[in-house]
Design a protein around this ligand. Structure first.
Ligand code: CA
Length: 226
């Protein structure tokens, strides 16, 4: 998860960068509003932490520019002033949450995690389905006909890909690059072996088969009538 921090106060900035990095996030820190907006528009971030009082472009204008450009990443605003009108203004401009300075880092981290979770949930369903097969993305759990199926991390990733693109024939090379993040030579059978293992777990004991081989092309997950 990548976070953009726009904060001109050096102490607060490095404090945020260090804390968030230690919490496992990738952090970019910018001290200027205009630079920050530029980075937010040109790079991909999961969340922005935005100070209100900034040089060259204040937090309100950064937020306005961001939303105008159609960027919907969650924004947590930092403000030194606990004023009702500031909060209203921020909400109207599309801020997702507020923190009044000075704040405890634990409080900020809790807000960041809540916003990220909310973002994930609104963007995608937490459940993928085909016939009686269910894959729960949040709990990382798979069931078929209500029966729990234990999968390895790679099998889970493979099934997730097939389910997300069900009905679509996926070439072995695409599966290899998406699930293993590697480009395999065409003669490798890594994908074949993984598909065979996955089938043994989710298809073999069931009359209705979901994973199909399309000769010379790849694999497709398909449930009839869906
Ligand atoms: Ca400031």
């Amino acid at each position: 998860m990548k976070i953009l921090v726009i904060e001109d106060e050096p102490k607060t900035g490095s404090y945020l960068r260090q804390g968030l990095t230690e919490a496992g996030f990738v952090v970019d820190l910018v001290r200027d509003g205009l630079d920050g907006l530029h980075m937010a528009l040109n790079e991909s971030y999961d969340l922005m932490i935005l100070d209100v009082m900034l040089p060259s472009l204040d937090g309100w204008r950064v937020l306005g520019g961001l939303r105008e450009a159609g960027k919907d990443m969650p924004v947590l605003m930092l403000t030194a002033r606990d004023r009702v009108e500031d909060r209203v203004k921020g909400l109207e401009l599309g801020a997702d949450d507020y923190l009044i300075k000075p704040f405890a880092f634990a409080e900020l981290l809790a807000r960041v995690r809540t916003l990220l979770r909310r973002g994930v949930m609104s963007k995608e369903p937490d459940m993928l389905r085909a016939a009686d097969l269910e894959l729960n993305l949040l709990r990382r759990r798979v069931t078929r006909g209500g029966r729990k199926i234990a999968l390895t991390a790679k099998e889970f990733a493979l099934l997730e890909l097939l389910l997300r693109r069900q009905g679509e024939v996926l070439p072995r090379s695409l599966i290899a690059s998406q699930v293993w993040d590697m480009n395999f030579d065409s003669d490798t059978n890594v994908v074949e072996v993984a598909v065979r293992r996955l089938r043994a777990k989710i298809d073999d004991d069931f009359e209705l088969k979901l994973i199909h081989t399309v000769r010379g092309m790849g694999y497709v997950l398909e449930a009839p009538g869906q």
